[in-house]
Write a protein that binds this ligand. Sequence first.
Ligand code: GDP
Length: 292
Amino acid sequence: MAIQWFPGHMTRARRQIQEKLKLIDIVIELLDARVPLSSRNPMIDEILQDKPRIIVLNKADLADPQVTEQWVNYFAEEGVSAFPIDASSGHKVGDILPKAKFTLADKIQRQINKGINPRAIRALIVGIPNVGKSTLINKMAGKNIAVTGDKPGVTKGQQWIKVGTEMELLDTPGILWPKFEDQQVGYRLAVVGSIKEEIIHLDDIAFYAIRYMAKYYLNNLQERFGIEYVPEDLENPNEVVKIMEEIGRKRGCIVSGGRVDLDKTSILFLRELRAGKLGRISFERPADQGAF
Ligand code: GDP
């Protein structure tokens, strides 16, 4: 996965999605449940116009269930039906069809009133790279027909995948770009592993994640790493570094002279975090917009 988004790519991606919109009844907008707004395309409303849509919060297995609930309410207040799934295990993937039917209920009823037999709902999955589009397509298809990973610019012939008898899915998802002009968003996407690590230094990604966790999930840090230090002022970078150093010491990431190797600590910490070993953690919540 190595997509560089330049203005030309964005224009092309947008045009490709808008071409596909003509073919479909509903958009399934896939977001990362741990960072829903950061994993959202900044121009999504403009791109989709008034096409009906549902929001699917993927990787909910890794997200804090209480925070996910807050996001479901947040999107409900915006008038969009949002719900959590876990595309890799398939958990709650079965909710997609009933939610789509509910969202399109008026249209379906109008067809019935006109004496038209409603055909299968045609849907398109859209989302930024790594959010789980291919995994979800595979899961909904019931067999491995979509290749996992992104291949921008490679357009196969458009095919419909049957999802039972009531839904058809376009086999190639719409790939969107994230909001990377916002540094905060960049960090959040990097923490969940959706931005290449060459772009933001590993130490900075781990620093960001540890500071967020020290604020909201100190217990998880204490349980996993047995850290004892309790920070008082997370605006003070030294306090966050102290936690990082404690994690490093507990994991034996020491270089000569007894200094903690922060690079090694960061790699180790992020690996465990992304594998879900630190528990179910969300890195964005509706109430902390603008905060770190
Ligand atoms: P795409 O780029 O949007 O098509 O994303 P992929 O389907 O290739 O998925 C990116 C990565 O996320 C892969 O390693 C998947 O196994 C993983 N993934 C996808 N869905 C889930 C999920 O619900 N939970 C977890 N834990 N991992 C997931």
